[in-house]
Design a protein around this ligand. Structure first.
Ligand code: ZN
Ligand code: ZN
Length: 67
């Protein structure tokens, strides 16, 4: 898989509770929410990052639920 570009590698934020987690975790340590999310437009699954605004696969705008 291609390296994700950006400065925030290793700093992920839970889409549910906002807890910042380190990069290799699969689930939030606070609430148990899976940190990979699915694009509502193309169905691609990728690791949620707080600074994503658009789907990296199809370019659809990603709704930020909490932030
Ligand atoms: Zn969480
Ligand atoms: Zn997409």
């Amino acid at each position: 898989m291609a390296e994700l570009t950006g400065q925030a590698l290793g700093a992920y934020r839970c889409p549910k509770c906002g807890t910042v987690t380190s990069g290799d975790r699969k689930f939030c340590s606070e609430c148990g929410k899976e940190l990979d999310i699915e694009c509502p437009e193309c169905g691609a699954t990728w690791r949620y990052m707080y600074n994503y605004t658009f789907c990296p696969s199809c370019g659809a705008k990603v709704k930020k639920k909490l932030f």
